[in-house]
Design a protein around this ligand. Structure first.
Ligand SMILES: C[S@@+](CC[C@H](N)C(=O)[O-])C[C@H]1O[C@@H](n2cnc3c(N)ncnc32)[C@H](O)[C@@H]1O
Length: 299
């Protein structure tokens, strides 16, 4: 049983992304197709959306959600870091806008078998692309104490990273750690109590997910390689959900002068949206536009 992912800041995404109602758009993280549907609804029957996701189940769901749009939608399973190959495959030369809605979908989080969450018990997995070899179980049971501590510290900004890594190594000497609730209990026992309403396993689970899915490597590769496809005036909209990925986006925009930053300060969801969809609360939206060439200048 799953519920569809509730897309975040939909009104803002379509407002800032769509510059040409007949344009060609890419949803690089199509998920359950919520944003893609909104883009298709706000554009003309000539507009096309290519939806990409590395999760086969997301592509299957999106194809059902977007079925009514027929040939206006092309869905591709793949990592967005390979966006150049994907766009070449579908014979695209220029795009009018691209959306990245980073991280995991509610569906991935809510299906216990995917092993992303400790709120329901499931196998320790956390792979967005289930054909990938490395999963969370292997990392937790085979990586050294130092490697684990580094992952928790670097990707989760977890201050108790060493203590948690030590507890994991001690626990796995007795029995392999194979489920999300086993890992959650180990972390809770070495760091009991919620701080600011946050469960002590939250950062470790996020860190493992980012590491296993190479999230911080994927993003700069994708941003870099999509630049060549952006038409003049085309928009890039990025929704990120934690400071590490927002920093990658901010630095990328700052260092690429073909892009004009539309909003210096990231936009955030309204209080009303957060009330209805609490998972939106950490969203930060950055928008940039490919510079329009003036006569006689090179970009
Ligand atoms: C927050 S969800 C997107 C939800 C979507 N906007 C919607 O309206 O349903 C993020 C999605 O991005 C996908 N994803 C994350 N990293 C990816 C990558 N490097 N390449 C392709 N897809 C990725 C995940 O599998 C997930 O389905």
């Amino acid at each position: 049983m799953f519920t569809y992912h509730q897309p975040v800041m939909v009104a803002e995404v379509v407002q800032y992304l769509i510059t040409d109602p007949n344009g060609f758009y890419v949803d690089a993280t199509v998920g359950d197709g919520g944003h893609a549907k909104a883009i298709l609804e706000k554009t003309s029957p000539q507009a096309i959306v290519v939806g990409i996701d590395r999760d086969r189940e997301a592509i299957e769901t999106a194809s059902q959600v977007l079925a009514d749009f027929g040939s206006r939608v092309k869905l591709v399973q793949g990592s967005f870091s390979t966006i150049a190959e994907i766009l070449n495959q579908v014979n695209v030369e220029g795009i009018d806008g691209i959306l990245f809605d980073l991280g995991v979908s509610s569906r991935q989080l809510d299906v216990p078998e995917r092993g992303f969450s400790f709120s329901q018990d499931g196998p320790l997995d956390m792979r967005m692309d289930r054909t990938q070899k490395m999963n969370a179980c292997q990392v937790v049971n085979t990586f050294t104490e130092k490697e684990l501590a580094d992952i928790f510290f670097y990707y989760g900004e977890e201050h108790k990273s060493r203590k948690i890594a030590r507890s994991i190594v001690l626990a796995r000497q007795k029995k392999s750690i194979t489920t999300t609730s086993e890992l959650e209990k180990i972390i809770w026992n070495c760091n009991p109590g919620r701080r600011g309403g946050i469960h002590p396993a939250t950062r470790v689970f996020m860190a493992l997910r980012i590491y296993i899915n190479h999230e911080l490597d994927e993003l700069p590769k994708a941003l870099e390689s999509v630049l060549q496809f952006l038409k003049e005036g085309a928009r890039m909209v990025v929704l990120s959900y934690h400071s590490l990925e927002d920093r990658v986006v901010k630095n990328f925009l700052r260092t690429h002068d073909q892009l004009e930053v539309i909003n210096r300060k990231p936009m955030t969801p309204s209080r009303q949206e957060i009330q209805v969809n609490p998972r939106a609360r950490s969203a930060r939206m950055r928008v940039a536009q490919k510079m329009i060439r003036e006569e006689g200048t090179l970009i």
